[in-house]
Design a protein around this ligand. Structure first.
Ligand code: ADP
Ligand code: AMP
Length: 287
């Protein structure tokens, strides 16, 4: 015979239902249940519970009570986590965003810097710069992954990039109350774009995507020249070829996607810096 040790003490709280002859009695005593012929010790064993209608009823009530309590506790925990998240989102403003795309060396960084000098309500964030800064941190667990991808001309996992952009946006908001960001080198892939949608999509509006259109031969020349002073490990011919390939395969589909949304603004970038800037700045005047 199996004795239900775990639930026996709880069953005792249903004494009125079990109707033992005396309320002070131990359920293990030999007195009998008044609704059937079983002794109370029998009614707290499995076969006793099955045979005794009152004990069966008590067990059903107990199971119902325990499962309701567990469900309720889970519900409360869920609500409080959601409330915490909601509070955090409420305290952040809605951001205005301009993404800047273009192959490596097309002049993204150069144009963004001039934009933020002349339109100081906008802050420039470069996905590449944020990744390089993270890589430099001595305590960064991500440094190895970032380094390997950059050296291969490949895209760094999107969660890392988007999280770094999000942190930078939040810091700028806390320090300067800045809500307008020009983000260069993003989104460089479909994975980039969906990670942005998941993490920042609801708290931001993408005003437009600026695409700096530049032939690879021109970009190659510029990068080789930049490589003489930049100290960047990826400004060399071998890695450059891989970066161009990644750009063609992964970033160009993003250019096409935003064009289909009517969000793309294309500027020919194989002209001198001032000429390119004339067209770029006109886009910001309307915002
Ligand atoms: P990206 O951020 O797209 O990689 P950068 O803005 O760093 O490109 O520009 C790459 C290099 O080309 C830099 O050395 C920069 O000074 C130079 N550069 C940028 N725009 C032009 C331009 N319109 N004409 C000539 N050189 C340029
Ligand atoms: P850039 O400074 O824009 O030339 O970028 C340098 C390198 O950083 C790229 O070759 C990628 O390895 C990485 N990187 C830059 N932007 C992104 C991005 N949006 N997503 C993932 N990796 C990126």
């Amino acid at each position: 015979m199996i004795v239900l040790g775990g639930i026996t003490p709880v069953l005792c709280t249903y004494r009125s239902e079990l109707r033992f002859s005396s309320p002070s009695e131990s359920p293990m005593s030999t007195s009998s249940c008044s609704s059937c012929t079983l002794s109370s010790s029998a009614s707290v064993t499995l076969s006793g519970i099955i045979r005794c209608p009152s004990a069966r009823k008590a067990l059903v009530s107990l199971v119902f009570f325990v499962s309701s309590s567990v469900a309720y506790t889970r519900l409360l925990r869920n609500i409080s986590t959601k409330k915490g998240k909601q509070k955090e989102e409420d305290s952040m403003p809605h951001f205005q965003i301009v993404f800047v795309l273009g192959g490596p060396g097309s002049g993204k960084g150069t144009q963004c810097e001039t934009i933020t000098t002349n339109f100081p309500t906008w802050t420039h964030l470069s996905a590449g710069d944020l990744l390089r800064a993270e890589r430099q941190k001595s305590d960064s667990k991500l440094a190895e992954i970032i380094n390997a991808r950059i050296l291969n001309g490949q895209i760094v996992p999107s969660e890392i990039t988007v999280q770094l952009i999000k942190n930078a946006m939040e810091e700028n908001y806390k320090e300067k109350r800045c809500t307008k960001f020009v983000i260069d080198g993003f989104p460089r892939s479909e994975e980039n774009r969906t990670a942005w949608e998941d993490i920042l999509g609801s708290s931001s509006t993408v005003e437009f995507v600026l695409y700096l259109d530049c032939p690879e031969e021109v970009m190659t020349e510029r990068l080789l020249r930049r490589g003489q002073t930049s100290g960047r490990v990826d400004d060399n011919l071998e890695i450059m070829k891989k970066r161009f390939e990644t750009s063609r395969k992964e970033s160009m589909p993003m250019v096409e996607l935003y064009e289909s949304y009517g969000k793309l603004r294309t500027v020919k970038a194989d002209r001198n810096v001032e000429e390119v800037y004339q067209e770029v700045s006109a886009l910001f005047k309307d915002l």
